[in-house]
Design a protein around this ligand. Structure first.
Ligand SMILES: C[S@@+](CC[C@H](N)C(=O)[O-])C[C@H]1O[C@@H](n2cnc3c(N)ncnc32)[C@H](O)[C@@H]1O
Length: 476
């Protein structure tokens, strides 16, 4: 239910989203926040909403959430501009009307009164997505600033000018109600984080951008540079098609989930899979290759009246999944079972939704030949799914081509595939309703014609892309 904030003031936000996630973000902000004036830029969604900030912070499809300070057309730097000219363009484009900055400060202060209390829950999560960190130093005026290069799993390279990791202890402890403004007479402390991409990055130094902005904000607004523990981090995105300035509203990305102990598939993608499946109250949702259970946990957080079943063949994955289930306090409606997706110990037409992220890529690859196993796995998924149930699969582009073939051509290779598997669990493929095990298949099967294609979407999984497919089972 949409909960409009007491102050009923309209706030303009923007958020970042992984490649392919924009439409999920647009749907989510529309549905949960009654958002309007939605604008989609590459990898970002801008929107306005009057909904309480706590609800905005619950968004599941976004990476980071910002209070929008300024959105402008791209920076236009004259060819061979001298440093003075560059600084003047930066000042006029990025700073513009100072009134905008003071009103953004007021909005931020008001929001801080109500957002701070949840921050602590996320503590300790921020290192999860950082694969690699290089540190180098640079002398700027009298301040020794540290520039860290963070290579993130999904978001490409990001440069942050910082004296230390961004800590917001002040915010964490601040439970001031929105009307009160305890900081108003104290100058706001800030630092600047600049992300520059495209051709601009060849002509512009992000240190220069930060320096120009920093000097103006200190001189004109009396804000105080604080690299170690600032109250706000002004984030500047400079791209060839837009320039955006904002203040992050959470210290850690919203994509870091406080209810997951061991992460598997990226949480936003797992959430998107559950969203696509259109789960309803009373549904039984199956992930036949559940890994650490990310998709089921994301689905369970959203659908409190549904039940969940995860299968996997790997004991270590199942152990982590059971820790995750306990950590998220979902033990009463989420169950795990050691079983193969090629021979599921489930009656036919017994589940309402099947969601599955098949192994592929470096991180989640497997020794099993997935291409050979896919017909068996798909036949099992089709068997256990009830009519009108949905099947949502995440596959590599290669496996997606094989899927397409399987769904359009008669399956003759089942015996061969089973032999390639060499595992006990593929020797019996259930083919009929209520007969989980009918012995080795030797005859060609018809195509899996009951699965009607609904949609295919391409998403970034970091270093590789995945394809999300949705099918509905139309008949037995
Ligand atoms: C891509 S991972 C799933 C990751 C999962 N979505 C997560 O977030 O942790 C694929 C999983 O399939 C499991 N697996 C491989 N072959 C299997 C089979 N025949 N039956 C069931 N699980 C299998 C692997 O052990 C692995 O945990």
């Amino acid at each position: 239910m949409v909960n409009i904030s007491n102050e009923a003031s309209l706030i303009r936000y923007f958020c970042t989203a992984g490649y392919g996630m924009d439409q999920f973000v647009i749907n989510e902000v529309t549905r949960k926040l009654a958002a309007h004036d939605i604008e989609q830029l590459q990898g970002k969604v801008l929107f306005s909403s009057s909904v309480h900030i706590k609800q905005v912070k619950q968004l599941k499809s976004v990476e980071r959430l910002f209070l929008l300070m300024k959105r402008d057309s791209p920076l236009k730097l004259p060819a061979h501009a001298n440093p003075g000219k560059v600084a003047s363009v930066l000042r006029s484009t990025l700073i513009g009307d100072l009134q905008q900055w003071t009103s953004a400060e007021m909005t931020w202060r008001r929001l801080q009164g109500v957002v701070a209390d949840k921050e602590k829950e996320r503590e300790g999560e921020d290192q999860r997505n950082v694969e690699e960190e290089e540190v180098c130093g640079e002398e700027i005026g009298s301040d020794f600033q540290i520039m860290k290069k963070r290579r993130k799993l999904d978001c490409g390279d990001e440069y942050v000018i910082t004296g230390d990791d961004f800590t917001a202890e002040k915010h964490d402890q601040d439970t001031t109600p929105p009307q009160a403004n305890q900081y108003s007479s104290v100058p706001l402390s800030f630092r600047i984080s600049c992300k520059c991409s495209g051709s601009l990055s060849r002509h512009l130094s992000i240190l220069e951008v930060s320096k120009v902005l920093g000097v103006i904000l200190s001189e004109k607004l009396g804000w105080k540079v604080d690299l170690r523990n600032p109250q706000i981090e002004i984030t500047v995105y400079l791209r060839d098609d837009h320039c955006l300035l904002g203040i992050p509203l959470t210290r850690l990305p919203l994509a870091n989930r406080c209810y997951i102990k061991t992460t598997g598939l990226r949480s936003t993608v797992a959430w998107a899979m559950a969203d696509l499946a259109q789960i309803q109250s009373g549904f039984l949702v199956l992930d036949p290759m559940c890994g650490v259970g990310t998709i089921l946990i994301e689905a369970a957080q959203e659908h409190k009246l549904a039940c969940f079943l995860g299968l996997d063949v790997d004991d270590r994955q199942l152990h982590k999944a059971s820790e995750n289930v306990a950590f998220a306090k979902l033990g009463d409606r989420m169950h795990l079972l050691k079983a193969s997706s090629t021979n599921m110990p489930l009656p036919s037409e017994s589940v309402d939704v099947v969601v599955c992220d098949l192994p592929f890529g470096r991180k989640f690859g497997t020794k099993t030949d997935m291409a050979a196993s896919l017909p068996l796995i798909l036949a099992e998924m089709e068997r256990v799914l009830r009519v009108a149930g949905s099947l949502v699969l995440l596959l590599s582009p290669q496996l997606s081509c094989i899927l397409k073939k399987i769904l359009t051509q008669p399956q003759t290779g089942t015996q061969e595939s089973a032999n390639q598997q060499g595992a006990q669990d593929v020797t019996s493929i259930p083919t009929q309703r209520n007969e989980p095990s009918m012995g080795l298949m030797t005859k060609p099967r018809p195509p899996l014609s009951s699965l009607k294609h609904q949609t295919t979407l391409r998403l970034s999984l970091g270093t590789i892309d995945g394809l999300l497919h949705k099918y509905i089972k139309t008949h037995v």
